[in-house]
Design a protein around this ligand. Sequence first.
Ligand code: HEC
Ligand code: HEC
Ligand code: HEC
Ligand code: HEC
Ligand code: HEC
Length: 283
Amino acid sequence: MRSKVILVITMLMMASLSHADYKDVFEREFVHKPWVGARLVEEGVCVDCHTAEDMREDYLTIPQEWKRSIHFDNGVSCHDCHGGDPDDAAVSCGTPHSGFVGTPEHIGIPDMCGKCHIGIKDSFNSGGHGKALKTTGEGPNCVTCHGSHAIQKANIDIINQVQCQKCHSYERAKIMKQALFMTEKRIGDLEDSIIELKNAGASTEEEERALFRTHAEFRTLFHSIDVNLVKNRTDEFTKKLDELETAIASIYDDLTFRRNFSGFLLLLFASMSVIIYIRQKRP
Ligand code: HEC
Ligand code: HEC
Ligand code: HEC
Ligand code: HEC
Ligand code: HEC
């Protein structure tokens, strides 16, 4: 009898332990995810001086805008874009030998951003916008569409009449949005499913990583502003997303099974306790 009780208790402990393991892993994964916002930025002398009372008034809003940005959330600070030494006020700003590059020229901005967003820079340079920017200076640069200091997570709503009609007809922009729409929507739905699964305690790291990679790869495509290229590569992305969808569906099944199994164990434990109690009461 006693060995059975021990067995049940051990099984229960294992069930709860494996659950804790899962949770640990999600939390670790969650905290490390770039978009969650692990406020790591050390505010160096750039921010100190640029928020000081005697700073030029038209510059004073810049640090506030930056603090609302996805860059702040990911530890990208003033000097990561502008150069300069964030630890030494004497050589931080306006002194080229500290690597300070200051405000970039209109056509130099893709290089500034492209230090980190390499794939996007390449895609942008190869397309109509990048070429027009280089040759005539008339193409948009990164900041035209994303802004510079209050940059937020991107999505296809950036393609809108106000934004895209400044230089040419919206019709040309709209076919691009249509070409992106279905794939973006599927990616969005899968992201929602993963969040739901994660909240329910399932292990989704692998799928999350795969989806993140696929999404990032897909979103560089826009910057080529080549509708045919987007259409041609849609099949390839559809196939990848089909595979992910299958994987996610099987996690849903697994989760349902684990829930039912835990319920079963709990019930088993409760009835065993009752039996033991009754047996012990007997003379
Ligand atoms: C993601 C890159 C990036 C980061 C981070 C960034 N900047 Fe900038 N900054 C730019 C770009 C690009 C421009 C030029 C385009 C523009 O004016 O929008 C600029 C322009 C400026 C200007 C000149 C504005 C003007 O009107 O002439 C100042 C001053 C400035 N930044 C200060 C800062 C300070 C201070 C920080 C940190 C709190 C910061 N920047 C963080 C990219 C960045
Ligand atoms: C001791 C004060 C001080 C510090 C420290 C400082 N700045 Fe500045 N910065 C200024 C002032 C003042 C101006 C405006 C100059 C003017 O009147 O145009 C300025 C202007 C700028 C500009 C726009 C003009 C340009 O040359 O392009 C940028 C960009 C900039 N700072 C970035 C930085 C960065 C990045 C850091 C940190 C590495 C930094 N600053 C540190 C005082 C400072
Ligand atoms: C020092 C590296 C660095 C520089 C320089 C930089 N970024 Fe970023 N950027 C990041 C990081 C890190 C993230 C957050 C992780 C991610 O989403 O890729 C990010 C995120 C973004 C996002 C949101 C991506 C999303 O998930 O939707 C946009 C848009 C963006 N950056 C545009 C720019 C633009 C425009 C510039 C130039 C003005 C720039 N970045 C300069 C590192 C950088
Ligand atoms: C600063 C001006 C400017 C803005 C803003 C702008 N474009 Fe363009 N766009 C151009 C120029 C210049 C060209 C290339 C010359 C041409 O074909 O007219 C171009 C070409 C295009 C093309 C055709 C590319 C090709 O190879 O045929 C598409 C698609 C396009 N833009 C989409 C957009 C979208 C989407 C937006 C808004 C998110 C936008 N544009 C905003 C300037 C701009
Ligand atoms: C004509 C407008 C436009 C220009 C110019 C532009 N972008 Fe984008 N960007 C977008 C749109 C729209 C998306 C979202 C595309 C999607 O969701 O499929 C995007 C997405 C992004 C993302 C998120 C993609 C990811 O993988 O996380 C980053 C980062 C980014 N852009 C950086 C840049 C940089 C750097 C430049 C300059 C080299 C630039 N963008 C130029 C409109 C633009």
